[in-house]
Design a binder for this molecule. Sequence first.
Ligand code: AMP
Ligand code: GLY
Length: 434
Amino acid sequence: MKVLIVGSGGREHALAWACAGSSRVHEVLVAPGNAGTDGEPSVRNVAIAADDLAALVRLAQRERPALTIIGPEAPLVAGITDAFGAAGLRCFGPDKACARLEGSKAFAKAFLERHAIPTAAYRCFTRDSYDGAWVRAQRPPIVVKASGLAAGKGVIIATSAAEADATARAMLGGRFGEAGAQVVIEEFLPGEEASFIVLADGEQALPLASSQDHKRLLDGDQGPNTGGMGAYSPAPVLTEALHTRVMREIVTPTLSGLLHEGTPYTGFLYVGLMIGPDGAPRVLEFNCRLGDPEAQPLLMRLRSDLTELCEAALEHRLERAQAQWDPSSALGVVIAAPGYPDSPQLGQAIEGLEAAAKLPGKVFHAGTRHAQQRVLTSGGRVLCAVGCGAGVRAAQRQAYALVERIRFPGMQYRGDIGQRALAREAASQAQAQE
Ligand code: AMP
Ligand code: GLY
């Protein structure tokens, strides 16, 4: 079969690589892809942007892929699944109505409230309904979010009520364009974050392995928020008991809520969780797609055929489906351009990719392109080096051995990806010895 992947990041490289590894697949098209997808056997890039819905429909009509998987949120929120469906084409990803869970935080919060799914207490405002006095009366830290898509930059954790008020006013005044036309102001939740991603078929959910992202730019979770600087799977914070709770208290009511509202959800559903000091999971956000960089370590561990799982979801057969995972750990370290996340400098030549390719593990590309026989940086997040091993420490070692081979001026990466898992492992070992 032929598969089409839409997108150009590290997640899409991992999706294309996983699909190309299937014995059922003879060709994978990636629109538009990057230098990494371009170099994979049986993978072909097609120069169509991920947000050009009409051109993507025409491509699928021409090439007739048996399966299309949408990587990023923007085309899902814009309704690519509906556009494919209208043309009689099969596309894996939620439709426009369901993608509002990510495209509108105001919608997601109201949905969570309607279905009594645990999340931070909040209020939502437009420019007309804004209540500055209420905001200034809240106790900091106060979380201020632009409701619409803002490429991971639309969340500010204000350390004073005055800052929260000023931030909300700036958002409503147009700082994030349309995305800030509504703002969500919510209670700060302390705890540890985890990513809980499932495949959904409209009714049933098949949970993927657990994973954890590192959102901040710098070591020790310092610096600004980014799209994600590294991730690993499994995440020891997600114990079996917690997994059961997340399914019962969050995933099942979310899917049945959507079903009962007449908008059944098919596709990857990413629940960003905060695990409180009381051990209770609460929803921080929904994403209507796989996480990036979570997808890279997750797909390195997936032993089942991804195309079969996606087809099972599209055909409402997930109840009987199972996903097999490599028992080892996988850990991905993101290498970003200088100036990322605010103003990344692009166009630099990347050295060492060939040397890295000879080592165990895998370097997934994100913001890269080919030019005159070289690979140049072309996006804020450039590469994600993924290592595997028996345990987080071994996976970490393999990932950083890859990172050490790679060079371009001003490259940034965190040196502590996996730290939380290692600390947890050490604590449980110490406990076992007591
Ligand atoms: P979001 O896009 O809503 O996931 O927010 C981005 C990041 O902001 C999250 O990954 C958290 O690190 C942080 N964040 C969002 N909401 C909250 C909250 N209510 N309490 C604490 N941190 C939050
Ligand atoms: N890694 C977080 C995200 O994909 O949104």
